[in-house]
Design a binder for this molecule. Structure first.
Ligand code: 13P
Length: 262
């Protein structure tokens, strides 16, 4: 028996927008979604601004009672102490973050984040009541050598080795070759990997918990291709990079039910 998973459309702003720009962007996003009569029961919308924007976003969301959720782009594996430059999950929770992105391929690549560290970060998120958005995905080289799902499957297994079965979780499948390239995976490719990932989650967490996990696709998602991804039975949303900085485009993605792909 399948559960109903509310789709999640998430915008990873990466290192873009200062705190003043963030206020303008979230405000415009809220207005645009309101104008479009967006129903947050149809698709949850979340943004992931840089850390220095989060306090401003929190203030706006709480003052205007916006339904837009938000989170950090990374978290420390540690809760406090001598870890210069790191951000504790306790700080994110205090800012009413709901989510935190963990193990984005840009962190894996530029900061040498290992599966082991990513697993510890996932547990740190759980400790602080944040929903981890665990990112996995293969490079173009991996794709050629191992096919599409081998690397994401091993990344999920490694990161969730000690994961408590009842904690909420989001997994984002982001093929590295599709990120920022304008060359998205096909909807079928994304759907196939998502199905394999759900089977992996079933192995690790059991069927009931795996059924509740939302699996997002990420990599060159746009208004024009979102509907195809959302038709896949195991794809429950998108993690959007570049297009999340363009309010009309991002709101259009959140409104995926209203348009069809060609
Ligand atoms: P793009 O949507 O810009 O390809 O980025 C995807 C991504 O990395 C989201 O985390």
């Amino acid at each position: 028996m399948g559960v109903t998973r509310t789709p999640l459309i998430a915008g990873n702003w990466k290192m873009n927008e200062d705190h003043l720009q963030a206020i303008a962007l979230v405000q415009k996003l809220a207005w645009t979604l309101k104008d479009a009569n967006h129903d947050f029961a149809d698709a949850e919308v979340a943004v992931f601004p840089p850390f220095t924007d989060l306090r401003s976003v929190q203030t706006l969301v709480s003052a205007d009672k916006l339904e837009i959720a938000y989170g950090g782009q990374d978290i420390s594996a540690n809760d406090s102490g001598a870890y210069t430059g790191e951000i504790s999950g306790a700080f994110l929770a205090k800012l009413d973050c709901s989510y935190v992105i963990i193990g984005h391929s840009e962190r894996r690549q530029y900061h040498n984040e290992s599966d082991e560290l990513i697993g510890r970060k996932v547990l740190a998120a759980v400790r602080h009541g944040l929903v981890p958005v665990l990112c996995v995905g293969e490079t173009a080289e991996d794709l050629e050598k191992f096919g599409a799902s081998a690397v994401p499957v091993s990344q999920v297994k490694a990161a969730l080795a000690d994961f408590p079965k009842d904690a909420p979780l989001v997994v984002a499948y982001e093929p590295v070759w599709a990120i920022g390239s304008g060359k998205a995976a096909t909807a079928e490719q994304a759907g196939e990997v998502a199905t394999v990932l759900r089977a992996t989650l079933t192995e690790i967490l059991g069927a009931e918990a795996a059924d509740k996990v939302r699996i997002l696709y990420g990599g060159s998602v746009k208004k024009a291709n979102i509907a195809g991804f959302m038709k896949q039975k195991d794809v429950d949303g998108a993690l959007v990079g570049g297009a999340s900085l363009d309010v009309d485009e991002f709101a259009g993605i959140a409104q995926f039910g209203k348009h069809v792909t060609v």
